[in-house]
Design a protein around this ligand. Structure first.
Ligand code: UT7
Length: 333
């Protein structure tokens, strides 16, 4: 009997402080109109100073454990996806493990930026299918508001990003029902690494930290927005088509498409290219901004809790981001 990876519980956590476009107008040269028209974003959440990414992940994890109706001691592995860890090292997986007070189980950090959730899901899927672990806690969390450049130079990035976290409990499904993860497909092209990156601090510098580094402002994330946009609208449909082909499905079989929430114009263009009705596309970027690795699972959880996603529905996830990395996953809910 084949084993599939089943999503036993899911939840998310957004820090309570809401930053509207009007709030951003007060701290950087931008307008609500520009942000709405170019991105579809109306507001995003910012964590307060003193809060770390692992704190957001922990809050989401507590809620996912409750949703799964398990005891936290059943968790036998942690996978954490983030590009904004509390520390340069160690990653946030071990911090979440400590906050939850779990036994000395393994904790793995995944660094694949906007594709981080699907990469993490793919790793979890292999561990579950090979029966290595029985209850994996997957957290995807980002806290980006503390390192955005709200000056003219960084306003393209600063308009987009928000903070948030999501968590899943994954376990084997031994029944023939086939509910769970049907496939994951992962891609990358490192030739485009410099198109979307936070360049500093860098191991290439000796010493790594210097006044010069701070003055260069290259410790803020930077992006060539047009190149990222162009590649995103090409690669996400390709990844979805690879997933559909692999599962002998067509786009008509898909009940919900959840694209990484990078820019609402990107999501709509991906839908158009795939010829999927826009009603089937889950979009929450207007309330969250781009929460990088956390964006897909936050959107997934919201759609589940709203009753929009029902048992048996076919869901396709797709992401694109820094690396470049991109990915897709198919889930039977
Ligand atoms: O999740 C990771 C992946 N990230 C993405 O997928 C993001 C992909 N890229 C994008 O979403 C878009 O390229 C942006 C939203 C970042 C920019 O939209 P765009 O339509 O490509 O704008 P643009 O780069 O052509 O900029 C147009 C103008 C520029 O002014 P000039 O040179 O035409 O005078 C920018 O300086 O908009 C200006 N601009 C802004 N104006 C007001 C850039 N950022 C802002 C801002 N507020 N925040």
């Amino acid at each position: 009997m084949s084993v599939t990876t089943f999503i036993k519980g899911i939840s998310h956590f957004l820090p309570p402080r809401i930053i509207t476009n009007a709030d951003l107008e007060k701290i950087m040269p931008t307008t609500d109109e520009w942000i709405r028209q170019r991105t579809g974003i109306l507001e995003r959440h910012y964590a307060d100073p003193g809060i770390g990414t692992s704190d957001l992940a922990y809050e989401a994890a507590l809620r996912a454990i409750e949703d799964a109706k398990i005891d936290k001691s059943e968790i036998d592995f942690i996978i954490a996806a983030t590009l904004s860890p509390d520390y340069y090292f160690p990653g946030i997986g071990v911090l979440v493990q400590a906050k939850l007070g779990l036994n000395q189980i393994g904790a793995l950090d995944i660094r694949n930026q906007c594709s981080g959730f699907i990469y993490a899901l793919s790793v979890a899927d292999q561990y579950i299918k090979t029966q290595t672990y029985k209850k994996i806690l997957l957290v995807a969390a980002e806290l980006q508001s503390s390192n955005l450049d709200h000056s003219y130079d960084g306003r393209d990035m600063a308009a987009l990003f928000g903070d948030g976290a999501a968590a899943l409990i994954l376990e084997p499904n031994h029944s023939n029902g086939g509910h769970g993860i049907l496939s994951t497909h992962l891609f990358s092209d490192g030739r485009f690494a410099s198109e979307l990156l936070m360049e500093k601090p860098s191991s290439k510098d000796n010493p790594v930290f210097s006044q010069k580094m701070l003055e260069s402002k290259r410790c803020f994330p930077r992006m060539n927005g047009k190149t990222v946009f162009k590649n995103a609208v090409e690669k996400m449909p390709e990844a979805v088509n690879a997933a559909l082909k692999h599962n002998n499905l067509t786009i008509e079989d898909v009940d919900h498409l959840i694209p990484h929430q990078a820019n609402d114009r990107i999501s709509l263009m991906v839908a158009h290219k795939l010829k999927i009705p826009v009603e089937k596309v889950i979009r929450n970027i207007h309330r969250t901004g781009n929460t990088t690795a956390a964006s897909i699972p936050i959107a997934l959880d919201e759609a589940v809790k709203e009753g929009r996603i029902k048992q048996g529905d076919l869901i396709v996830l797709t992401a694109f981001g820094s690396g470049f990395t991109w990915a897709s996953a198919v889930i039977r809910w």
